[in-house]
Design a protein around this ligand. Sequence first.
Ligand code: GAL
Length: 635
Amino acid sequence: MREASVNLVTVGVFSWARLEPEPGRYEFGWLDRVLDLLADNGIFADLATATASPPPWLARRNPDSLPVDREGVRLWPGARQHYCPSNKSYRAAATALVEQLATRYCDHRALAMWHVNNEYGCHVAACYCDRSAEHFRAWLRSRYASLAALNEAWGTAFWSQQYGDWDEIVPPRPAPTWRNPSQELDWHRFCSDVLLELFVMERELLERLSSGVPITTNFMRFFKPCDYWKWAEHVDFTADDLYPDPSDAATGARERASAADLMRSLKGGAPWAVMEQAPNAVNWRQRNVPKHPGLMRLGSYQSLARGADGIMFFQWRASKAGAEKFHSGMVPHTGTATRTWREVVELGTELARLDAVVGTRVSADVAFVFDWESRWALELPSKPSHDVTLMDQVAHWYRPLWERNVMVDFVHPEGDLSSYRLVIVPNLYLVTDAAAANVARFVSGGGVFVLSFFSGIVDEREHVRLGGYPAPFRELLGIVVPELWPHGDDELRHVRLGGERYACELWSDWIELEGAEAVATFEDGWLSGRPAVTRNGSAWYVGTRLDSAGMDELVGKLLAQSGVAPTLAAPAGVEAVRRDGDGRSFLFLLNHGAQEATVDIDGDYRDLLTDGERASQLTIEPFGVAVLEAMLRVR
Ligand code: GAL
């Protein structure tokens, strides 16, 4: 670890059975030795609370602690995460373990932070057992107070679903056909809240017994089951697990970039940490393609560039047994005479040169509005088109900005938009009154706003907002959409935008102008001649999914109107991101291409990785990176 300049190690994530081989009998000797050894070598510990995989004895003593899936199948021990989040014996046993760990290690020299549980919800995001049903009812009582309010919110007049007693309510278990969507939406909220309740349960213990030590857990990018806007309020900093597929490096790079932007945004721009990434291949895809030389380094720098202050890996040593034995480790099965090890050591050596970057921040002029509740609602069944999914739309809008080196943040629909010039809202199907007012305030302040199709359709109860889609934005946009025209299988239509013809897919809206102008019009079929993209001052509406070239054209117009400039006019495939702070400025250049790239830069700068002084031009090797510090004037 010293050779690789490792200075922080996650310890004990899946060690519950080792730490407590039988109920109430703890064995800490081995962990004492590990932590002492780390401390003696100047390495800190991200000490796990080990509650993510209960020991087999818990299930044997308390079979009810096992989770039950939607079909009613109990999930048994033998893998991991086999606990029902609402189960009282799981909670009691986890509490006892965390108390022991916190009491024993709160003052340990190695302790730098607490790693609570692990990837909440990764395998079991919802439990449908009777105890969970009871817990769901309690959650609903506190949300609605009365059955009458719940019946109203869930629209139970439809299909004779009216509840006369709280005990009649169950989780959305299998049913003859579509479940009540408001019930499903509340179930999503409940499941995210219940997992968060577990995190808070541990957090409160740690705060009491080990005060002052930062506490976090590892998030999973845009993981659907957990509303990380809510979760982020309870972690001291965000940490992410990143496993883009190396077999599609271009998509992987964009995914990695957007995940970083989310992690930063969840905590108002504060630095975050990569808690896990693979040194090389993973084991859990159908085909596990390795990371080619340079790719792990490039990805690591990408996260750093976009606001991370730490880069960690899963895992230190590739294991010889167990389900993850073909997952790469920093120390591979072959040992240290390997490319993986060499790349790990090189990265560690380089990172040691970048202390000045720590704590600096990234700023963005463009915000993406992103909301878990809206995503849950959008992706429930029984919709005009099942092909509309939020992450597809986010990725579709993200690409043209990423390729132009325009930095973006993510913002909650009710979050502060005042510092942005351009706000992009892909598919905000569910919108609260507060969110609609938030957007209106932004637009009246002169901001450029763009909304994509099938937005503003329902309120937080999943009730349609009447009066013409997208009702809460109708006036702002100067349009009404009386009809939705989703496409059939693979059906392409066309639009004319800026004198060019572009294909569009997935969805079209029948748009009527009420003050807005048509920026693009449909070219074929029944919608021919009707508006496809509209503009009402600085409020834009996009009633279809344009192809990539169309998106490039449209995004160009939006950037021009909002006056947003890229970080740097770099050649295609070169990502440029700036981090600033304390009067210092760092420019990260990342070459995602397989060819050398030459970047023009004005001014003098110091290359932190090579220590070279450079001016005006820099050549970056294929998949290479540069971190430049200067008071740059960029051409
Ligand atoms: C994560 C998990 C790790 C390991 C890794 C493999 O989901 O936290 O324990 O399983 O994936 O890629």
